[in-house]
Design a protein around this ligand. Structure first.
Ligand code: F6P
Length: 365
């Protein structure tokens, strides 16, 4: 493959929360590298390793057999923002700037470019480094699918698969025991996992952050199903879902994280309210990190491989400050700053929302 540029050594890192398909991207970048006359240098544990100088060369044999494996062979961290580095001493947290360390390591490792695989937080850091003159290329990952510039992030399909499998299983037990089962899923401030997983798994009610729900409408849907002879219901609640006039439920905050807010707990609240107000026995299942672990779906393996191969092609043609993005069926490059300009949230007129409503799924709104 032609590489008429002077780009010879590429750093690669995986930042933020892991997701299925990261290894497929690393493989998609590393396997073609030799043909481009490039070497790939794997930076460990995301930007944390960049600051601390932890890296090693990646050869073909290092990426052999990793296509179907979850997680990341490079390790990841959502606490390593060099612009907001937390130092803890005597129980106090001090925020310091570690960008000098990153720039020093970039030089010391003799890198010509960096491929940063990550979500919103990683792209914000990448954008700032790019503005400081580093040659950065972004690859969008996250189960949340909340990056505006790309139709899909890899990892999302695998998470949706887990949600739909869980709902399938919960369907039979909910039906046998005539219960309501609430499934709490991830997604941060976006409802994509709940929406797509809920449709795929046949949920009766889907609660997402974008559409604050009315308690009455949730109870009403369960009553209506009872009147139709359906003595069970499945509720798929995004962790960021909130009632009208209410707030998102948090487990706490951790200032060391790129996003300090940890969501979680709405599922239990919804289950308790349903039991209290409908009299129907109710249970809650929190899927948590099951949605992030394990093998990527075939769709995610293909998307991640395309992203990886495209990213190294971008490096060979020096399309820096850009992120690979899916538009329709094609991978294109978009400016990282455009990609992070706003979060991609579920809109009222979204086709999946309309289809869900058409088949009788309630959003409680
Ligand atoms: O952004 C991915 C994600 O899994 C979110 O859906 C979730 O809110 C968060 O990360 C959980 O983060 P952690 O793994 O740090 O608990």
């Amino acid at each position: 493959m032609a590489n008429n540029s002077d780009v010879r050594k590429i750093g690669i890192l995986t930042g933020g929360g892991d997701c299925p398909g990261l290894n497929a991207v690393i493989r998609g970048v590393t396997k073609p590298a030799q043909d481009y006359g490039m070497t790939v240098f794997g930076i460990m544990d995301g930007f944390e390793g960049f600051v601390e100088g932890k890296a090693k060369e990646l050869r073909n044999e290092d990426v052999s057999g990793i296509l179907s494996t979850g997680g990341t062979i490079l390790g990841s961290s959502n606490k390593g923002d060099p612009f907001h580095w937390c130092v803890e001493s005597n129980g106090k947290i001090e925020i310091v700037d570690k960008t000098e360390d990153v720039l020093r390591n970039y030089k010391a490792w003799d890198l010509d470019a960096l491929i940063a695989i990550g979500g919103d937080g990683t792209m914000h850091i990448s954008n700032k480094l790019s503005k400081m003159g580093m040659n950065v290329i972004g690859v969008p990952k996250t189960i949340d699918n909340d990056l505006e510039a790309t139709d899909l992030t890899f990892g999302h399909d695998s998470a949706v698969y887990v949600v739909s499998m869980a709902l399938d299983r919960l369907h039979t037990t909910a039906s046998s025991h005539h219960r309501v089962i609430v499934v709490e899923v991830m997604g941060r401030y976006a409802g994509w996992i709940a929406l797509n997983g809920g449709i795929a798994g046949g949920a009766d009610i889907i609660l997402i952050p974008e559409f604050p729900f009315s308690w009455e409408k949730v109870f009403d849907k369960i009553h209506k199903r009872e009147l139709m002879g359906k003595r069970f219901s499945l509720v798929c609640a995004a962790e960021g879902a909130k009632p009208l006039g209410g707030e998102m439920v948090t487990k706490g905050t951790n200032n060391k994280r790129t996003d300090p807010i940890q969501l979680g707990g709405i599922g239990k609240i919804v289950a308790d309210e349903i039991e209290k107000n409908t009299g129907r026995e109710t249970r809650v299942t929190v899927l948590g990190h099951l949605q992030r672990g394990g093998s990527p779906t075939p769709f995610d393996r293909i998307l991640a491989t395309k992203f990886g191969a495209f990213a190294i092609e971008m490096a060979s043609t020096k399309r820096f400050g850009c992120m690979a993005a899916l538009r329709g069926t094609e991978i294109v490059d978009v400016k990282i700053e455009d990609a992070i300009a706003k979060q991609k949230l579920v809109q009222m007129d979204n086709q999946a929302v309309r289809a869900a409503r058409a088949i009788g799924i309630s959003f409680g709104d």
